[in-house]
Design a protein around this ligand. Sequence first.
Ligand code: UDP
Ligand code: MG
Length: 310
Amino acid sequence: MPKLTVVVPAYNESEGLREFHARLAAVLDRLDLDTEVLYVDDGSRDDTWAVMCALRDADARVSTLRLSRNFGKELALTAGLDHVDADAAVVIDADLQDPPELIPTFVRHWREGYDVVYGTRASRAGETGFKKMTASGFYRVMERLSSTPIPRDTGDFRLISRRALAALGQVRERQRFMKGLFTWVGFRQVAVVYHRDPRHAGETKWNYWKLWNFAIDGITSFSSAPLKLATYIGLAASLVAFGFALWVLGKALLFGDPVRGYPSLMVVVLFLGGLQLMALGVIGEYLGRLYVESKQRPLYLVDEYHPSVG
Ligand code: UDP
Ligand code: MG
């Protein structure tokens, strides 16, 4: 029988993990597949690991993997996927925002021959208007800048076939924008629209500063357009400066040149200084990432791994 592994990254999710597993197990029971649930404890500071171990004792399908510290969701996910040996893997959040009940639909599309089946959110219940606005703005910017079209309103909730998983396994970059990478591998992909529920327990690990950095990570890993920004702004500034120079020259020739123009001088100097610092900052963002990449550190470290007994 084909095997399906469900990878669940969790960080401080002890509150809701049991309920999550109950709902997931009910769905998996109804699938005519050999199933495994791989819980990845991303260095939680509450008793998430203890709950995972209890789940593993109670259910033969459960595997547990614990990282040596908190590495962040993208790496927890990578660690989980690296430990999958199945015909397909499903990635799902532990907070029940992604409904496990959608998995049979994913599986159906997979059986039709799709390699990546991803969930696209039709609604984001329980999220603020500002969050929705910034999220949609981000997807729009990404769409324009990146040559890999990253589907809108799509999280990490998806099913990945064995060959797409193998392809993803070859991507070892340190700065991992997973939803971009999932798309980058290509093959046959299809979207399934669903309604995203609010978190049922615990709280989100994201704040706006983290989201902003996540957005910069996404843009810098999939586009070098910001690097060109300086070129074009510089070009535009030169053109304006040229016109202004002609005007200043003409005026001096026609009407003489009493010393004036301190305010305009300051404006130009400060404006160009600001632009230069900004351009340096953009270069710095890429350089910093290049530096991290060049260190070639392992992506994550495993503390314990207990494969399922079933
Ligand atoms: N998560 C993780 N490591 C982290 C942060 C989050 O493994 O450092 C997990 C978390 O436990 C959850 C999933 O990633 O299962 C999504 O996190 P969250 O719900 O905080 O994100 P949101 O749904 O707000 O995007
Ligand atoms: Mg969530």
